[in-house]
Design a protein around this ligand. Structure first.
Ligand SMILES: [Zn+2]
Length: 447
């Protein structure tokens, strides 16, 4: 009995009070380098599952000086008990200018102690030390390309030089972001950004280039843009029961296949909801565009084809004489003979070849730098994803799969995830004035 009276407290002291488990520090610190700009909020989670937290100290050490960011002590519940806090979450605000920290290398050190009796009541210690770079200087950006003429629903290009590598850089046009790509010039700091002006956005749309460095410092630059307003065609399409009967079963399970839902309601579901869903899929597919420029020269169309419908035609859909829906046609409809071979508009990588709802059998090509072409309503396709196809290489045969009444090719182009007018890319002089000419001018230094 006496034995237990002595042994139990000793065991308790050894196992509980003298526990040797270190506290844990968790902070979102990148493995490579960490840059700190004008201000940085660093969430730090600390915990100690056994005796609890005693103290945390976070400092920045620079040029031999130590600047404290956090000095916090955690109370003990009683002499023999551990700490009251097992975990804590701190938001550490680092503001170099206010703290008198100049730009340059520094060390961020985080130390946590627990309430163990280890090391003569000093507790177990955990430390994270990280070399950081204080960089409060914003990057510089020079716009190298000249005046930009832009059509509503059209494409544009901006070429710029950055003074330092920037994680995010590109063009904002009407709120849409279009990344810039390096690698087309000897100077690795020169970037090209292809951008698009949505068909629905006209003169007065805000367009600028922006770059943000690793520390979060940013620069914005405007450039001269002339936006040409475009009037789009208005079209009216009559939806017949014959068309609905022939087409709606294809959209199983996108639409209810019960016999009670009126065909017109099924059509609405396809034309609105499935269309939106398909666009979301396209937006996913164009992410992670090829970082090299695969295409060259003018884009080719669909040989011996008649232009049946244009880009951004505004369509009213009518059923038995009454208005049903309206949608905008974001491609060009080209009709040749049935089952005609469809050529790739330019060299590109297949990022999708499959069924895409209203678009039916579809092939999507990535031409690099965010430029894509899409071929829809195909009867069949002869390419597989990841395959590189050459310009004019046959990718499939025309058909009427998806929401198409007759055999034709629905051809679309996108810059990033915005549909643009393909007519520009089929026009050799547009390409030379707006794309290749501008790249050449920067290369020769005449801009
Ligand atoms: Zn179409």
């Amino acid at each position: 009995m006496l034995c237990l009276v002595v042994v139990l407290p000793v065991l308790w002291i050894l196992l509980v009070c003298l526990e040797s488990e270190k506290p844990v520090i968790k902070a979102d610190i990148p493995a490579v380098s960490m840059s700190i700009g004008a201000s940085k909020n660093l969430p730090v989670a600390v915990s100690d599952g056994k005796r609890g937290l005693r103290k945390i100290r976070i400092v920045i050490e620079k040029d031999g000086k130590e600047i404290p960011l956090v000095d916090k002590e955690y109370q003990k519940a009683g002499f023999f008990s551990g700490g009251q806090n097992k975990e804590d979450l701190l938001n550490v605000l680092i503001e170099p200018a206010k703290m008198g920290l100049a730009d340059g290398k520094a060390v961020l050190r985080m130390t946590v102690w627990d309430h163990s009796w280890q090391r003569w009541w000093n507790g177990n210690i955990a430390t994270i030390e990280k070399e950081i770079l204080i960089d409060t200087k914003r990057p510089e950006m020079d716009i190298l390309s000249g005046i930009q003429n832009l059509n509503q629903g059209g494409s544009g290009i901006v070429i710029y030089r950055l003074s330092e590598p920037c994680e995010k850089n590109g063009v904002y046009a009407g709120g849409n972001f279009f990344p810039g790509y390096p690698g087309s010039f000897q100077d690795k700091n020169i970037y090209i950004s292809f951008f698009a002006l949505e068909y629905s956005k006209g003169p007065g749309t805000e367009i600028y280039a922006e770059a943000v460095d690793g520390a979060g410092n940013s620069i914005r630059r405007g450039f001269k843009v002339f936006i040409k307003e475009k009037k789009f065609k208005k079209d009216s399409i009559n939806i017949s029961d014959e068309f609905l009967n022939a087409k709606m079963p294809e959209f199983n399970p996108a639409v209810s296949q019960d016999s009670k839902t009126p065909l017109a309601d099924k059509f609405l579901k396809v034309n609105r909801d499935l269309r939106a869903e398909n666009y979301n899929r396209i937006k996913e597919l164009v992410k992670g565009a090829e970082k090299s420029l695969l295409w060259e020269g003018v884009f080719v169309g669909f040989p011996n084809a008649k232009n049946m419908a244009g880009f951004a035609d505004h369509r009213d859909y009518k059923y038995k004489g009454r208005y049903l829906d309206n949608q905008v046609h974001l491609g060009v409809d080209l009709a040749s003979v049935a089952n005609a071979p469809v050529p790739a508009a330019n060299k590109g990588k297949v990022v999708f070849a499959g069924d895409l709802g209203i678009y039916g059998k579809t092939v999507l090509l990535d031409h690099g730098y965010g430029l894509f072409s899409m071929y829809s309503h195909l009867n069949s396709f002869d390419v597989r994803e990841e395959q590189i196809v050459e310009k004019s290489g046959i990718i499939g045969r025309s058909g009427s799969t998806g929401l198409a009444a007759g055999d034709h090719l629905h051809f679309s182009m996108l810059v990033n995830n915005i549909f643009v007018n393909p007519l520009e890319w089929w026009d050799a002089s547009w390409i030379s004035n707006n794309v290749t000419g501008k790249i050449a001018a920067v290369k020769s230094g005449s801009n």
